[in-house]
Design a binder for this molecule. Structure first.
Ligand code: NAP
Length: 595
């Protein structure tokens, strides 16, 4: 594997790739330990709002909600993992602008990818341009002159490339990155005139095909060390998220001996970048702007700093995440992370691109006790039932789990916070309308659920659990009947609903009808809405659907899909941390992510 780097994939990956490397020896092992004060929480006793919410759950579920989850408060000292940005500008002038931008956005280190300065290469001014950029860079700079054979842009002779790297060394770049494959000739090319400086040499290895086995990774690492690295950098494509386990193990095994950078390329590898400080990587890369990522799966610098709080992560940071496929669009990290920060707990919430939930949970890293909880989304909600040692009885009836909470013995307990949140949104609206206390308001009422899919099941079983009579109206009447049979309700057709034959107290849409872009569609005509006290719509894009608009006009109280979305996340937060979620913070985070 050392003989030849693996094929660069996307042109943009080849061009910009290099999750690269860094500087000072503030190694992970020397990171100040987080504050020793722990936060012990009891859901019922310390968070009054939770007590009310727990009433929504079955007695068995209530009995086993986490009562004393222990999360440390955030580390007070900075992590040693450096936030780094690659400057991939085509000209010196643009590179200077990007350096300023990167530093303003929080970069601790700037990597100067001088292989992108192709005019400088052609004109023979590269050494001079490197000096200009290194001297102008207010933070430590890594100089990288990546050749095409390692996924870079430089396509010329080796001698001038190595001479330029030694020029960077000579002008005091904090770091020079050289491919381990070229290490021997690089050290042999050191000019006699260049004396010892404080510059550290990063020897790097890139695998654009896969992440190698534990043994192979350890072997490459050992070769870098033996070749004279001050810092070792290893970047490899993760074809599956489980590959990150091997990168993390390498850091754990070797990072205590020498500063080491590991980076998983591709979306599946992204977590290695988001949790770089927890894992002990010497640095992690973030892009200055969207669309200017220097490798696939690279987050923004600001996201690393503010959302994933890399500067406060450490080895004891706990992790939660959302399991799904696809997952890039998920708003959950934007909801949970600000709440974790506000609660000052040493924990981070990440997106997890998972193909197979069972394999994922069996991996040494993601199956470990540091991963304390997972949100589960499409397509894993049903498979998630099978990985639980214990399941909330209503979630079991629904046949879907959207929350997995690690128990003290390491097993997982499954919950469905979708039904809790949907019912809570409806109850709150009903209480507003009638003044009847929310917890009792659905008893004996008739809830008409439109739809018989995942959300429909959650609403139907949730309403049944609260003592309501349930009517299911669905496009496929057979599916409506199956759900009605399962939850002890009755089934009707959408035509029955539209003709006004169906009456009830609550109308709850759980279909995607009316969702963007089909915002003029509605699952029930305006003429039938006036008969209901409360109308709920699970759809939250747009925030106010045609159904809700017409329900409001008909004098109904309305409950929105946003209430449900925020509610299910809030409940998850509470299950994960034992702390009350700041729902307004979550709501604002969703709203701003929708802009
Ligand atoms: P699902 O399992 O695929 O079920 C879809 C349901 O919608 C089925 O009952 C289906 O009827 C019905 N449907 C689809 N297109 C229809 C159409 N053109 N006309 C009539 N009925 C139609 O989906 P899901 O997971 O339940 O999600 C449904 C909606 O709820 C989505 O819009 C989703 O975004 C939303 N949701 C919101 C939240 C939240 O937190 N706010 C949470 C979960 C889901 P058939 O059975 O006849 O196919």
């Amino acid at each position: 594997r050392l003989g030849r780097p693996r094929r660069p994939r996307a042109p943009h990956a080849r061009a910009r790739s290099s999750p690269t490397s860094t500087r000072t020896h503030a190694s992970h092992r020397r990171r100040a330990s987080p504050s020793s004060s722990c936060v012990f929480m009891s859901l019922a006793s310390r968070v009054p709002a939770l007590a009310a919410r727990r009433a929504l759950m079955s007695p068995r579920a209530r009995a086993s909600t986490p009562k004393a989850r222990v999360l440390r408060v955030c580390a007070s000292s900075a992590s040693s993992c450096k936030l780094t940005t690659s400057v991939i500008a085509p000209t010196v002038e643009k590179a200077l602008v990007d350096i300023t931008d990167a530093v303003a956005k929080g970069a601790d280190i700037v990597e100067l990818r001088v292989d992108f300065l192709q005019a400088s290469t052609k004109a023979g001014t590269i050494a001079c341009d490197i000096e200009t950029l290194v001297k102008a860079c207010p933070v430590p700079a890594i100089v990288t002159y990546r050749p095409t054979w390692e996924g870079g842009q430089y396509d010329g002779e080796e001698a001038p490339r190595l001479a330029a790297l030694w020029a960077a060394y000579g002008v005091g770049a904090a770091y020079v990155d050289c491919e381990v494959l070229a290490a021997e000739r690089f050290f042999a090319a050191k000019p006699a005139s260049v004396g010892k400086t404080a510059t550290k040499i990063i020897l790097s290895s890139h695998n654009y095909d896969e992440t190698a086995s534990d043994e192979e990774l350890a072997g490459i690492h050992a070769k870098c060390v033996a070749a004279g690295a001050d810092i070792v950098k290893m970047a490899s494509v993760c074809n599956d998220i489980e590959d990150i386990s091997r990168l993390e193990k390498l850091l754990r095994d070797k990072g205590k001996d020498i500063d080491t950078i590991v980076l998983g390329m591709s979306e599946a590898g992204q977590v290695s970048r988001l949790l770089a400080a927890k894992f002990g990587s010497f640095l992690t890369f973030g892009a200055i702007r969207r669309g200017e990522e220097s490798a696939p799966g690279q987050p923004l610098l600001e996201e690393l700093r503010d959302m994933y709080r890399v500067p406060t992560q450490g080895p004891s940071t706990k992790v939660m995440g959302v399991i799904g496929n696809p997952i890039g669009h998920s708003k959950s990290p934007a909801l949970h992370n600000p709440c974790l920060a506000a609660a000052n707990v040493d924990a981070c919430y990440v997106p997890l691109l998972v193909k197979d939930i069972k394999t994922f949970l069996k991996s040494p890293l993601f199956g470990s006790s540091d991963f304390i909880g997972f949100s589960v989304t499409i397509p894993h909600k049903e498979d998630a039932l099978e990985v639980c040692a214990e399941v909330d009885p209503v979630a079991k009836q629904i046949g879907a789990v959207n929350t997995l909470v690690r128990q003290p013995d390491g097993t997982l307990k499954g919950y469905n916070t979708d039904y809790v949140a949907a019912i809570e949104a409806i109850e709150t609206a009903y209480e507003k309308k009638t003044g009847t206390p929310a917890a009792e308001v659905l008893k004996g009422k008739t809830v008409v659920v439109i739809g018989a899919g995942g959300a429909g099941k959650a609403l139907a079983f949730g309403a049944k659990f609260k003592g309501a009579n349930v009517v299911i109206a669905n496009r496929s009447v057979e599916r409506a009947q199956a759900l009605a049979d399962a939850c002890g309700g009755t089934a009707v057709s959408l035509e029955d609903l539209a003709s006004g034959k169906v009456s009830g107290d609550v109308l709850a849409n759980s279909t995607s009808v009316g969702m963007q872009p089909n915002v003029d569609d509605t699952p029930a005509p305006a003429a039938v809405l006036g008969g209901f006290s409360v109308v709920f719509d699970a759809v939250y894009t747009p925030l106010e659907t045609r159904l809700l608009r017409e329900a409001k006009a008909a004098g109904c109280e309305i409950a929105s899909g946003l209430d449900m979305f925020v509610g299910q996340a809030a409940r998850q937060f509470e299950l994960f941390t034992g702390k009350e979620a700041k729902t307004e913070l979550m709501r604002n985070a969703v709203l701003s992510s929708m802009k």
